[in-house]
Design a protein around this ligand. Sequence first.
Ligand SMILES: [Zn+2]
Ligand SMILES: [Zn+2]
Ligand SMILES: [Zn+2]
Length: 429
Amino acid sequence: MLNTGEWCKALTSRVENVSSTNSWRKSAQELWDGEPRLHAISRRISGRHNTSVTNSNNISMNTNMEAQAMFAPPAAASPGPSAPPAGMFDSVPGYEGTVIGGGGFLPPPMPAYPAPQPSPGPDQPTWNIPSISEETAREAFILFASSKCCYNSSPAKDGVITNMEAFNTYRYRLETFTESRSTEWTHVPYHGQPADAFTQSPPGPWDIPAKAPSFFADDKQLIKVPYTSSVKNCHTCLGMARQPCKDCSGAGNKVCWVCNGSGFRHGDDRCHHCNGRGRENCGRCFGQGSKQCDTCNGKGQLLVYINLTVKWTNNSDAYVVEQSSGLQLENLSKVSGKELFRDSQYMVYPVMGFPDTSVVQASQRLVNDHQGKFSQSSRILQQRQTIELIPVTKVTYTWKGETHIYFVYGNEFKVNADNYPATCCCSVM
Ligand SMILES: [Zn+2]
Ligand SMILES: [Zn+2]
Ligand SMILES: [Zn+2]
């Protein structure tokens, strides 16, 4: 059970016990080893299978390969519409709001069975008061000074430590792992893929099985929605498979850059570049005036279908208890602490009975926030809450008769010394 006196003592106690560094490390290790394994998510896989319907229509491609006449007048540029017209997409039951470029996220349906109720987390483990030794504080300080290219390391090496004071603090963190789904119309060049639209009604966006995600790791999966694929004429080339060349506006040739179209240089000298013709072959389309359509890869047709994007996101928020050491709280976001408490389940229940009431309040607020915010547009798959004890030690030392301070914090023994007395190596030698 908790001992309130011990909790509070950790916040202000002086660091005296050198040997407790090891027992602190040991107990942190035991915490990690004893971490309960996360439950594998059991996903309901609907028994649907993708029926392949092969479209056997062979399409005669109008490739328009014959080269244009050398002196053909330049045709007006007609690049064609770049975005597919809305009429190109079928109306698919259950996917009516789907547009090209992606719509909003699809809210998950109401669960068919009552959601499991969150239950209070595991009991508080016992723990030791972390402390660092004078030697550790000095080593961390020397390392810090030598990592700064200009700093003179003599304050770190020769400074005399006069006081070490612990300002350990707590960090509460809540992570909510969510799955969200969105759909969009998309297309690829058609080369005989099955076109299955209207052979069956497609499964709902939240009924399509996705891979089992690993909890608390961001990930994404793209899934072609079954029974939405159909073959359409390419909107860019209007089914012609080729597009007018942009470089020569479809003419296959352009004004000779050497003689600027006159066919002559320096008076009566005939232009050698174009043999006096005034025009030269277009290098981009090799004189053909057209090139293969990029949209359909020269196929003339597209397979049009709905893509489902399944996105897994770990949403994390943290609260750190303010302490009066003078060290800015944002420094602590870069370090880890000793994990005192860990609770991972489908939905967590706010932490109860923790001696620091501001942690209890932060837990209630964040759990409330997350469950309200993330259950609207996504599906919550798992939550995890942790409480870490972050060691913060304020070290006072004297160097050349003056008193200075620095902080050593986190499991990493990170150092903060905003008023380091020798920040330029050349001035203090
Ligand atoms: Zn020329
Ligand atoms: Zn061209
Ligand atoms: Zn095309």
